[in-house]
Every structure is written in C-alpha cells, then in structure tokens.
Ligand binder design. Structure first.
Ligand code: COA
Ligand code: NAP
Length: 268
C-alpha cells in the first residue's frame, strides 16, 4: 500500500534542503517527479540528480508569488506527465527579525512567499489533480502554533498555511482529494536551520531540546510525505502532523529566547 511506483509527483520549492530530499525519496521509489523554484540553475541541478536516480524528471522555474508563472509551469507538467497524484508545496522564506525592526515589506515578503504562494500553488494544481485519489501536502513549521520571538512573519504565515490545509480538506474532500500539513522539526544541514541556529553551540542545544535527542533529516520528512501520499493514509485529511522528534511538545526548547537574544544583540 506504500507503493507509489509510476505516480506523478510535483514538489514546489523542491530544489534544496528538505523539499529536495522529499523529491529524491519519491524518485527513488519509482515516481515521476517534477520540481519548481526560482533558480534555473537549482532546478536543472535537481532534475539531473533525479534522473541519476532513474526517475523521469522535469522542472520549471517560477516564483510562487507570481500566480501566472506557477499556473503555466503546472500546466506544462500536466501536459508532459498527465494528472498529478501528489503535490508537495514547501517554498518558504525565513530570517530572524523582531517585529519592531521588521519593515512592512519584510513581513510581506514572507507572507507572500509562504502564505500567498501556497494559495497560488493550491489554485494552480487543483484542475490537474487526480480525482479521486490525489494527496496534497503543505510543508508547515512549528512557528504555526508555537509563538517565537523574531519570527512574527513566519508564525503568521505558517499558521495561515495550516488553515489553508484545513479549509481545503473541507472543500476538496468531495472530489476525493486529501490535503494535509507536515510540520518538520529542526532539520540538520538545511538553510532554515542555518538561519535560526548558526553556531555549533546553538545546534547542540537545539538537538538536546528535541525529546528524541537528535536533529531530523530530510529523509524523516520524506518518509512522512510518502506515507501521506500512499493508500495507508487514505482516511487522513485536514491533519497537521508534526514530524519533529517531539520538539513542539518541548515548546521548541529555547529557540524563541535564543532568537530574541540574537536579534536584540544586533539591534539593541
Ligand atoms: N532582517 C530584516 N529584514 C529583512 C531581512 C533580515 N534578515 N532579510 C530581508 N529583509 C527584508 C528586506 O529588507 C526587504 O524589506 P525592505 O524593502 O523594507 O528593505 C524585504 O525583507 C524583502 O527583501 P528582499 O531581499 O527584496 O526579498 P526577496 O524576495 O529577494 O527574498 C527572502 C526573500 C528575504 C525571504 C530571502 O531570504 C529568501 O529568498 N529566502 C529563501 C530561502 C530561505 O529563507 N530558506 C529558509 C526556508 S525556512
Ligand atoms: P531551503 O533549502 O531554503 O528550501 C526552500 C526551497 O524553496 C528552495 O527550493 C527554494 O529555491 C524555494 N523557494 C524559496 N523561495 C521561493 C519562491 N519565492 N518561489 C519559488 N520557490 C522558492 O529551505 P529548508 O530549510 O529546506 O525548508 C524547506 C521547508 O521546510 C520550508 O517550507 C520551511 O519553512 C520548512 N521547515 C524547515 C525547517 C528546517 O529545519 N529547515 C523546519 C521547519 C519547517 P529557489 O531559491 O531556487 O527559489
């Protein structure tokens, strides 16, 4: 029932970090995989890596803030591969900034990428989803439900992403389309963690604050996505699923205090 051989998978923001790990895992399991992001170089590099895994791979360049570019890219993938069985939407931006120091445009940049971008992806893929049967997975973050200093933009945006998930579970259930969020904990070796835990001592304290005692890997998130994409998850929709070693149960350790102090040191 975990078989996704021959299925068509689109991973938006799939050209680095966690999402690329997801794309590679689906490719290794025999899916056709398409990826999309802003950088043509990153798209080309990822497509080559997926092909090296024996995958029939494709990609397109688009900024999720540009609804038309996303629509055109998704239509092109549909022309090539047919109906989409699985969509993983994970493009995001993050940087630490206290609210008092964050410009309107800085707040808007993250809202536009994470929240409006997710809406654009959802709108663009819906006509091309396999109905019934498709599985849509939004990549969220613990900031959606754990407030963190210096993350007001991310907290607001990712809370919105999870409400997109839950609302579309209602709207698309009748079409046989499931929509869920996966909430990664701290994932080692990623851009997101490099921005939030830049030093070895912070990395160590983050790992120690995870109840399971370690960072996650892109493979941990990929496994959850594989499950949600499979028939084993056939009755799961509208769920927001932490895949975080229990980190959120521990209030994400001292991450909020750390980010607050980090930014305060710089901005006074
Ligand atoms: N602190 C405060 N404000 C910041 C900032 C920081 N570290 N970095 C960017 N901003 C502000 C900018 O100053 C600008 O606001 P302004 O016009 O009032 O000066 C606004 O955010 C937009 O910045 P810009 O560089 O034009 O945005 P962009 O669209 O080129 O890039 C970002 C978007 C800022 C989110 C960029 O970091 C990005 O592309 N991130 C993708 C990768 C990533 O974040 N990965 C982790 C995922 S969890
Ligand atoms: P990452 O490596 O920076 O990946 C972000 C991806 O999104 C890249 O492929 C990037 O490619 C693309 N992207 C960024 N802005 C885009 C835009 N405007 N339009 C289209 N594509 C865009 O980040 P990551 O750390 O692996 O995080 C991946 C996801 O997991 C994010 O949703 C993040 O919020 C979530 N998450 C991460 C962690 C963590 O520990 N890292 C924890 C919790 C949640 P381009 O640069 O080519 O556009």
């Amino acid at each position: 029932m975990l078989d996704i051989n021959g299925k068509t998978v689109l991973v938006v923001g799939g050209t680095s970090g966690i999402n690329r790990g997801v794309a590679e895992r689906f490719a290794a399991r025999g899916a056709r995989v398409a990826v999309a992001s802003r950088s043509g170089e990153k798209v080309a590099d990822t497509v080559r890596a997926l092909e090296a895994l024996g995958c029939d791979a494709a990609g397109f360049t688009a900024d999720v803030r540009d609804a038309g570019a996303i629509e055109n890219g998704v239509a092109a993938i549909h022309d090539r591969f047919g109906a989409l069985d699985v969509v993983v939407s994970g493009a995001a931006g993050n940087f630490p900034a206290l609210a008092k120091d964050l410009s309107s445009n800085g707040f808007k940049a993250v809202m536009d990428i994470d929240l409006l971008g997710t809406f654009h992806v959802m709108k663009a893929v819906f006509p091309y989803l396999k109905k019934p049967g498709a599985s849509v997975i939004n990549i969220s973050a613990p900031q959606a439900f754990i407030p963190m200093m210096a993350q007001i933009h991310v907290c607001a945006a990712k809370a919105g992403v999870d409400m997109i998930t839950r609302t579309l579970a209602l709207e698309w259930g009748g079409a046989g389309v499931r929509v869920n969020s996966v909430v990664p904990g701290p994932i080692d070796g990623t851009e997101g963690m490099a921005r939030l835990a830049p030093t070895e001592s912070v990395r160590k304290s983050v790992a120690e604050s995870v109840p399971l005692g370690r960072f996650g890997t892109p493979g941990d998130i990929a496994d959850a996505c594989l499950f949600l994409a499979s028939d084993l998850a056939g009755f799961i929709t509208g769920a927001v699923i932490p895949v975080d070693g229990g980190w959120a149960q521990n209030n994400c350790g001292g991450m909020s205090d750390y980010l607050g102090s980090l930014v305060l040191r710089h901005s006074g």
